[in-house]
Design a protein around this ligand. Sequence first.
Ligand SMILES: [Zn+2]
Length: 397
Amino acid sequence: MLAIAGIGHLVTNDPNLGDGKLGVIRDAAVVVGDDGLISWVGQSSDVENHTSTRPLNVGGRVVIPGFVDSHTHLVFAGDRASEFAARMAGEPYKAGGIRTTMAATRAATNDQLVANARRLAAEALASGTTTIEVKSGYGLSVADEARSLEAARAVTDETTFLGAHVVPPDTDPDSYVDLVCGEMLGRCAPHARWIDVFCDRGAFDVDQARTILAAGAKAGLGTRLHANQLQHGGGIALGVEMGVASCDHCTHVSDHDIELLASARDTTVATLLPTAELCTRSPFPDARRLIDAGVAVALASDCNPGSSYTSSMPLVVALGVISMGMTCDEALWSATMGGARALRRSDVGGLAPFMRGDLVILDAASHVHLAYRPGVNLVTTVVRAGEVVSGQLDFLV
Ligand SMILES: [Zn+2]
């Protein structure tokens, strides 16, 4: 059991528990039971009536729900620092860079893939990510995709089969789509919760994506889609048509795309990945336009070695506010509850009773500081299911 009191500013994401959409409670306390679930939240002065354990006092600091990073590619080997340097020297981003990582991933041992995924998941956890989705997609053969998903399973239950990341070299697209929908899906589905397709220029077209998502759904996987990152196209319309949990990127969107996403807001989330635009010097998605139209928006890191090699959700939140027109409240909601919606999870993303005790203590006066102080590490302590998993509690009194 864990009881935390003296919270200056607690974000619950439950409007019934506190002020505004974030359900903010001031002078608050949280109690997590032995089952790892939140048993009570309320006023700090009341905490002793709701726990038998001695409350730890955080001295007025902020507590927010753990971040839910609903889009990462943590299973790979090698890095693409030289490609990054070339891009910063003026070369455009191309989806084909994925093949560079494919070669390094195929050459790596299972232990190396697991060790790299664990290193990055630990890095994400230290910056406050308590739920993380991890995709395959750098193996691009039956055996390499299957072992990539086994490596992903070593760090999370939210695993996604992305055999349809790009067509590997020396394969024709039609036979590769057949392979993904057939033998590869059969080997990968037991290790995956989701299936995803990179539907964009240089990757898979709308008809190929529809075929692959339908095969995944038939095999019992949930569906999600990389859509409209590099250009306008039919990705978002396909995602809404198929009822995917999330259309990810949504950088190049038409008014019609936005209408479709708004009409599907209870089914399909638009997940924005602004560090991908940051690291490729591309125009940011217009979050303001999406939110004003009624679209459900999530924020995630897209952590991958090519276009977004960061696991920092605080940086993603800061970009949401500073570069995409979101308010500080909207960006935090999208990085927590929005991510949970994108993964169709109701047990994470907020701090209400019966949700998992996943929380982050920030050394700040309010969650506004995540964007107000970009690049500064404000995360002092991370708790998952009631256990301190990163950082310290020794400042607690
Ligand atoms: Zn991605």
